[in-house]
Design a protein around this ligand. Structure first.
Ligand SMILES: *Cc1c(COP(=O)(O)O)cnc(C)c1O
Length: 224
C-alpha cells in the first residue's frame, strides 16, 4: 500500500466511530491529495485561501474543502463559491463577511467558532466571554447563509499532557456552553492535530485535523 493510504487507514482505525478526520494537506502538492483521494478520503483542510483555490481547480470536485487557517475578510470571496466549512471564524467581522459572500453565491457555508485556549498569545480565536456576549446578541440569527456547526481550537504546543488536557477540556466546556444557543445542528467539536489527536478524542473531539501524520513533515522553506 502507498504510504499516504497506509497512514490514513492507520489513523482512521484509531478513531472512534462517528469521528471525522480532516486530512490537513497545506503545503503538500496536489498529487499527495490525489493519492489520499484515491484511497477513499474526501475531506481536506487548507490554511491559505490562494493555495486552497489552486488545489480546488485541479482536483476532483467531490472533495469537501475545509478552511482551517486564519482568514482575512478580503479573502473570503475567493473561497466562498466552493468551501464546505470555515473552521477558523474568530471575529464578528469575519462571520458577517462570510454571510455576505455566501449569499452572493446563493450558498450556505458551515462554520466553526475558533476559540483561543492555548497559552501562546500568537494563536488566534475568540475569548470565550466575548464570544458568548456576541452570541447573546442573536447576531447569527440574521445570518441565514451561515450555519454555525460548533467549535474549533488548538491546544498549547507542549509535551505536558496535563496542559493539553486542560486546553481540550476548556474547548469542550465552551462547546457545551454555546450549544443551547444553536440547537441540534451545533454538533461539531474540532480539536486535535497529529501530536495530540488521541488526547483530543478522549476529551470529546468528534473532528480531528491531522496533517503531518498523513502527508509527512511540512517543508516551509521550499516554495510550492
Ligand atoms: C496545520 C494545522 C493542523 C495539522 O497539523 P499537524 O501537526 O500537521 O497534524 C491542524 N489544525 C490547524 C489549525 C493547522 O493549522
Amino acid at each position: 500500500m502507498l504510504e499516504i493510504a497506509c497512514n490514513l487507514s492507520r489513523i482512521r482505525a484509531s478513531l472512534p466511530e462517528g469521528a471525522t478526520l480532516v486530512a490537513v494537506s497545506k503545503t503538500h502538492p496536489a498529487e499527495a491529495i490525489r493519492e489520499a483521494f484515491d484511497a477513499g478520503h474526501r475531506i481536506f483542510g487548507e490554511s491559505r485561501p490562494q493555495e486552497l483555490c489552486a488545489k480546488y481547480e485541479v482536483l476532483p470536485k467531490e472533495i469537501e474543502w475545509h478552511m482551517i487557517g486564519h482568514l482575512q475578510t478580503n479573502k473570503v470571496k475567493y473561497i466562498a463559491p466552493f468551501v464546505r466549512m470555515i473552521q477558523s471564524v474568530d471575529s464578528a467581522r469575519l462571520a458577517e463577511t462570510i454571510q455576505r459572500e455566501a449569499a452572493k453565491c446563493g450558498r450556505t457555508i458551515d462554520i466553526l467558532l475558533e476559540i483561543h485556549v492555548a497559552q501562546e498569545e500568537t494563536k488566534s480565536g475568540w475569548n470565550v466571554g466575548e464570544l458568548k456576549r456576541y452570541v447573546e446578541t442573536a447576531a447569527f440569527s440574521s445570518m441565514p447563509n451561515v450555519r454555525v456547526r460548533g467549535v474549533m481550537g488548538i491546544a498549547t504546543n507542549t509535551d505536558d499532557e496535563r496542559v493539553i488536557r486542560r486546553d481540550f477540556g476548556e474547548l469542550k466546556r465552551c462547546f457545551e456552553l454555546l450549544r443551547p444557543y444553536f440547537g441540534g445542528r451545533f454538533d461539531t467539536l474540532s480539536m486535535g492535530m497529529s501530536h495530540d489527536y488521541p488526547i483530543a478524542v478522549e476529551c470529546g473531539a468528534n473532528m480531528v485535523r491531522v496533517g503531518s501524520s498523513i502527508f509527512g513533515e511540512r517543508d516551509y522553506t521550499s516554495k510550492g
